[in-house]
Design a protein around this ligand. Structure first.
Ligand SMILES: [Zn+2]
Length: 74
């Protein structure tokens, strides 16, 4: 069963928290596409069991909460 992860991008002004599915290629089980530079560009949080749980944490992390357009978690 897929889990949910949050990525907070630090190089976007007024950073945003984005929710991904663990199966998303951009998420890659929370490792991301920059495994050696993850803390330089942002941070992953998770895994979370449900989208609701991940979304609630995302609300606490940043002003902008978004679903990934690629994996469309729900
Ligand atoms: Zn995604």
């Amino acid at each position: 069963m897929a889990t949910y992860h949050i990525y907070v991008d630090w190089h976007v002004p007024g950073y945003q928290a984005r929710v991904h599915l663990s199966t998303c290629p951009f998420c890659n089980e929370g490792k991301g596409i920059h495994p050696h530079a993850r803390y330089q560009y942002g941070r992953w949080y998770g895994p979370f069991a449900t989208f609701q749980q991940a979304y609630e944490v995302a609300q606490q992390l940043g002003r902008y909460r978004r679903r990934c357009k690629h994996c469309k978690p729900a």
